[in-house]
Design a protein around this ligand. Sequence first.
Ligand SMILES: [Zn+2]
Length: 329
Amino acid sequence: MTAKKVNTVLGPVAPEDLGVTLMHEHVLYGYPGWEGDQSIAPFDRLAIVTNAVAVLKDLKANFNLKTYVDATPNDGGRNVDVLKEVSDKSGVNIVCASGYYFEGEGAPVYWKFRASLGDIREELYELFMKEATVGIQGSGIRAGVIKVGSSMNQITDYEKLMFTTAARVQKDAGIPIITHTQHGTMGPEQAALLIASGADAGRIQIGHMSDNLDMAYQEKTFGHGVYVAWDRMGLQGLVGCPMDEARYPVMIDLIQKGYGSRLMISHDFVINWLGRPLNLPEQAYPLVANWHPSHLFRNIIPALKKGGVTDAQIKEILEDNPRRFFAGE
Ligand SMILES: [Zn+2]
């Protein structure tokens, strides 16, 4: 038992009450720039909330989902007021994030301009700390995780500012860190940087590890004692993702080797895209047919069981690991 509380958009919750948890998803997401296209694609709050409530209610009713971690950073269209309404109406806990996406697809212009005038580390620290301990944009809703990301094959200087500040905030505010890795690179380096900057390995989740099936890369990352998130399941053959059929045997192998106590599974699914709808080429449709937060329950768990993974091991991944991650055990 622990006294530590988890910040959800409806207030603090005990780690023991998180239940079945999806560790990296999105209620709404927009790449920087979507705001400028709103004359064509306006922000439709009612539709966004209705869609999200339907998805979360279905996950709750059919698969006992209790907690949905929304990994949207400050530059991805994060909207805590919407998250609050969705959590309230669906009855599913939502944990929101404070932080920034990787340099290439985030919004570094503002911070780079400020960095050209002086050291921005104190400014970032002030922002993340306020969002973790006081609230986001005056809402009183506190971030439950810090989100940071790195580029393909490198952690840029801009990204390093985010990582080192995240480690500092983790220590001072006690909230865990979740990351984005690009095309299955820099997982071990992210873990090493965060730990060297003072972060606690047991409260670091290295993300998008399902994008690299090399066992040495996996074990090198797990070797830092961090959580490893296979959190792009169902997203395959696109944006650097391998096919799920190729992922399953590696995942099973990792669990059989004992890494199940540090493994998370999620989808990085986006319920609502901000801006215009995605124009996916028709040949991509079958690739993303299972890209949905029910995929874990409908397809992944049966595949793992077929490979010999036990119910106890599955429960550990769905419930125990998220609880321990937030509790800092
Ligand atoms: Zn994501």
